[in-house]
Each structure stands twice: as C-alpha cells, then as structure tokens.
Design a protein around this ligand. Structure first.
Ligand SMILES: O=P(O)(O)OC[C@H]1O[C@H](OP(=O)(O)O)[C@H](O)[C@@H]1O
Length: 327
C-alpha cells in the first residue's frame, strides 16, 4: 500500500493484471487503462477539485508504472486525464468519464478502419506470416476474409510466452488455414509467405517499430527473401516522446519465462536475459498501416506531429515534479 490518494480496486486489479500480462497486447492494455481511469473517477470520494485531480493522477501513475514499452498505455492516460477540465468535482468526473468512453470508442473504430486499409494489401489466396499476437494485425486478416479473400497463415509460436497460440486460435475462428512453426523455422517458411504482418507496441519518430522480441530478425530475413513487411498499428502506438530524442525503454521480463529454475540449476551458473521487445529499423518495414491510411515508415513523423504537436505532456505527474514538464 503506497501513500497518497486511495485507489479504486479496479485500478489496482488492472495494474496487477497488466504487470502479470493477464491483460496484454498494446491496444487491450490501452482499453483496460481507460476503463480503470473511469473506475477511479466514479469511486473517488475526493470532494474538492484539487483532491479529485490528485486522485486521478495517482491512478494514472499506478497504471503507468506497470510496463514500460507499449506507448498505448501512456497515450490512453494522456487522452483521458488530459481532458479532465472543470471547476467542480461533478464536472471533472463527467469530463473524465466522457473522455474514457470516447477513447474506447475510438479504439474500436481505429482498429476496424486500419483493418480495411491492411486488407487492401492482401490478395485472394495470399499467405501471411505472423509474429506474437496483435489485434491490429488480426483486424487486417479479418477484413480481408470479410472482403471474400481466402487467406492462409504461417504462425510463429513466439517464445517465451507462445502468444502465437492465441493468434492461431483466433485465425482458425476466422476460417483461416493455419500452420504453426517454431520461431527458428521462420526463414524456411518465408518462401511460402506473401506478407509478414505484425503489430507494434510503439513506433518511434524515425519509423523504427518496437514490437515483440524476434520481429527485427524476422523483418531482416523477410527483406532478404523479398517478402513485404506490413506493420498494423493504430495511431495510439505512435510514441510522442521520441519526437524529442527520447528512446523507447525495452522491458526486461522475468528469467523464469525463459527457463524454469530447476532446469537452470541443472545447467550450472549462467546468465539469462529476457528482453520482451526489439526495434526493427525503418528500412526493413514496407508499410505502417494505421486508421489514417498506410505510411512508409520514414513519413510517420508527419502524422505524429499532427497528432501530438512537438512534445508530449504527462498529465499523471504531480505539477511541479521532475517528470511533469514535457521536454
Ligand atoms: O495492440 P495489439 O495489436 O493487440 O498488440 C500489439 C503488440 O502487443 C504485444 O505485446 P505484449 O504481448 O503485451 O507483450 C505484441 O508485441 C503485439 O504485437
């Protein structure tokens, strides 16, 4: 229990679920964060405007501190807490609740719209190769299937957490033929793929794509085999801090995801590292597909400036503290 304004149970539960990956995937995390912000607005017993604002910022910080890489989380907080305007508690609460609803509606719309854009890149009879589990990437395949196209998929299992299994199950629900392969078989099966389709946790101002570890190696291999790489990412994946030269922090996860303690003890003294994400340089990406259309990675900065201006605010920080001022 930390000092500071009390948090709604839903905020603590959501933060725990994001940290343990019960809730995972950049868009899903953003939705859960917006819902938790709304829960805090409903639950807080703050009875003056400054206490209300402080209580909402505390919820924002609790959610922000869970996982560092997917910018959809801070962007959800920017959207909902950034619209917290009013001179009395009721007006502030209504503003936050309206912003949370508008944000989640936008998520649904954005995914549907980008799905249609991505689907236009896929032809009847195409085979896609996927990595990890991305709802934005799956929206493209779903829209293609809705357009009447027959699509097959080669699904990488995506060690260490095997989220490829979720992708395989969801593609089967769409009626897509699925071949599941281990990650190290990707290059062999690229010869049978017409597209690599992946999602993103964050996209940097230079067009670098931060996504599940293994994406960059897949992209290099795909380029070498002449297979185009499409990144499906709604605009909440654009990382505004990178406009001012900041880099995206790569989450290091628990070593037991890589090897169980007992197996590790059998080996002897070793170092185990478990980075959850990597960065694919823009030169290996053919198109970033968003709800605003498709972009070559080098031009994504234009869209980023339109949406965020030159810098990003941090409305979850207490005013006057070090992190509160945008750089
Ligand atoms: O927003 P959507 O497209 O669903 O997912 C985007 C990305 O989020 C996931 O991260 P994790 O599984 O939370 O570590 C994967 O890296 C996936 O590509």
């Amino acid at each position: 229990m930390t000092d500071g304004p009390p948090l709604a149970e839903a905020v603590d539960d959501t933060a725990d679920d994001i940290a343990t990956m019960e809730i995972r995937g950049a868009a899903t995390i953003a939705r859960a964060a917006a819902d938790a912000v709304a829960a805090q607005a409903r639950a807080t017993d703050a009875d003056d405007p400054e206490a209300f604002r402080s209580s909402m910022r505390a919820a924002g910080r609790r959610l922000y501190d869970t996982r560092p890489t997917a910018v959809s989380l801070p962007n959800a907080l920017r959207y909902t807490l950034g619209r917290m305007e009013g001179d009395d508690v009721d007006t502030l609460r209504d503003a936050v609740l309206a912003a949370a609803t508008a944000f989640t509606d936008r998520l649904d719309r954005a995914q549907r719209d980008l799905g249609r854009v991505g689907a236009n890149r896929l032809r009847d009879g195409d085979t896609v190769m996927t990595h990890c589990h991305s709802t934005d990437a799956l929206a493209c395949v779903e829209a293609a299937v809705e357009q009447g196209k027959s699509i097959s998929a080669i699904v990488k299992e995506t060690r260490p957490r095997n989220q490829g299994h979720i992708t395989a199950a969801e593609l089967r629900e769409l009626g897509v033929d699925v071949t599941l392969v281990v990650d190290s078989a990707a290059r062999r099966y690229l010869d049978e793929a017409d597209h690599v389709v992946v999602g993103a946790d964050s996209i940097a101002a230079d067009g670098g794509v931060v996504n599940k570890i293994g994406t960059s190696g897949l992209a290099v291999n795909a380029r070498e085999r002449g297979v185009p790489i499409m990144v499906a990412a709604q605009t909440i994946k654009l990382h505004p801090d990178t406009l001012t030269g900041h880099t995206v922090e790569i989450e290091m996860r628990d070593e037991t995801e890589v090897i169980a303690d007992a197996d590790r003890a059998d080996i002897g003294e070793i170092t185990v590292e478990n980075p959850a994400f990597d960065v694919t340089p823009p030169r290996y990406v053919d198109a970033i597909v968003t709800e605003s259309g498709q972009f070559p990675p080098e031009s994504i900065v234009t869209l980023m400036r339109e949406l965020f201006g030159e810098s990003a605010d941090r409305p979850w920080e207490e005013p006057g503290t070090a992190g509160a001022t945008p750089e």
